[in-house]
Design a protein around this ligand. Structure first.
Ligand code: AHG
Ligand code: MN
Ligand code: MN
Length: 331
């Protein structure tokens, strides 16, 4: 794959990368550009949230039974609007909407399916901690050029053709993979462009940082608890880092190394995180960076959701750490 210098614009990167994918249509490029545009709009709003009356909850609950924040709705609408008119998607799945979203007339349906958590970590909005948009893209599986159907989304994670996230933190960073490595682009808000800042991100084989909500450890499988106790042996030199925003925790671990765990708990016996638009995208990125993602028994990308909001257990990060956790859970 062509090497790009730091400072390359996202647009140039996308244009030149697409030339290496002869099968890619203009639709794929347009889709990724629209994602970047929506990311810039949400970033601008997140930065001004306290001034723009965007802190706090709307008062309603989403279909996951979680309180919807004003910024959740803004991000959902922004990504939807950026994609629906562009003629690039035949269906969108969003954490914020119970049913799949179809392109309203007069817009044309496209060849791709977009799955998103429009704003992850939204309980952190009011605290100025990192939050983000997580997404993955499939090429449509359904026949024809009308609206998509269940076969477009209830399918193996191995069918993903692109995935990424935009993390709104101290800076705004878009991390993207189209199947050949993982790149990070930082938004320069003074000119409104994303520039390559993290080229070809690779994870080491193992690290000594874990990210989990340890307050739930008493509810975990005792074998996982035993693993945690083992790595806390002071001579091993482990640390913990946890924000409570998957995208923020994952981004930290991708850049610095680490393993993120969200095991089943009493409240969430199948895990809390959503397979299609949280675990799938991050698993695609982590595998493309040399890491691993598992639900404790199988690779996340080998799973096939039975419903669009299905939840999963998640262990994700440096390969050897994930393998060790899976081993511990199965012995
Ligand atoms: P969302 O804001 O999209 O509903 O996701 C919240 C998730 C995820 O970001 C994070 O890893 C997890 O909730 C934190 O859960 P706990 O508070 O149970 O640790
Ligand atoms: Mn989320
Ligand atoms: Mn969310």
């Amino acid at each position: 794959m062509q090497q790009f210098e730091e400072g390359t614009t996202l647009d140039r990167f996308l244009l030149e990368t697409m030339r290496e994918h002869p099968e890619a249509t203009g639709q794929f490029l347009t889709l990724l550009k629209q994602v970047a545009l929506a990311g810039k709009l949400v970033s601008a709003r997140v930065n001004r949230a306290g001034l723009a009356g965007m802190f706090g909850a709307t008062g309603s609950m989403n279909i996951q039974g979680e309180y919807v924040q004003k910024m959740d709705l803004y991000a959902n609408e922004t990504f939807k609007r950026a994609l629906e008119h562009a003629g690039v998607v035949c269906m969108i799945v969003s954490e914020e909407e119970e049913a799949p979203i179809f392109v309203p007339p007069p817009f044309r349906h496209g060849n791709y399916v977009f799955c998103m958590d429009p704003l992850d970590g939204s309980s952190n909005i009011d605290t100025n901690a990192s939050i983000g948009t997580i997404f993955c893209v499939f090429r449509r599986a359904s026949e024809g050029d009308g609206q998509g159907d269940a076969s477009d989304v209830l399918r193996s994670g191995r069918d993903i053709v692109a995935a990424g996230y935009v993390v709104y933190g101290a800076g705004t960073v878009l991390v993207l993979s189209t199947g050949r490595g993982v790149q990070g682009f930082t938004l320069d808000p003074t000119v409104g462009e994303f520039f390559l800042s993290h080229s070809d991100i690779r994870l080491g084989a193992s690290s000594r940082t874990y990210s989990c909500n340890e307050a739930y450890a008493a509810q975990w499988d005792p074998r996982l608890r035993a693993w945690l106790e083992r790595v806390k042996e002071p001579s091993l030199g482990w640390s913990a880092r946890y924000i409570g925003s998957l995208v923020g925790d994952f981004h930290r671990n991708l850049v610095k190394g680490g393993v993120f765990l969200y095991p089943p708990t009493e409240k969430a016996p199948k895990g809390k995180l959503r397979l299609l638009y949280e675990a799938f995208p991050l698993a695609y990125l982590v595998e493309n960076a040399g890491g691993a993602a598992s639900d404790g028994t199988m690779a996340i990308l080998d799973k096939t959701p039975a419903s669009i909001h299905e939840r999963t257990t998640l262990f994700i990060g440096d390969r050897d750490n994930v393998e060790e956790i899976v081993r511990a859970l199965n012995t």
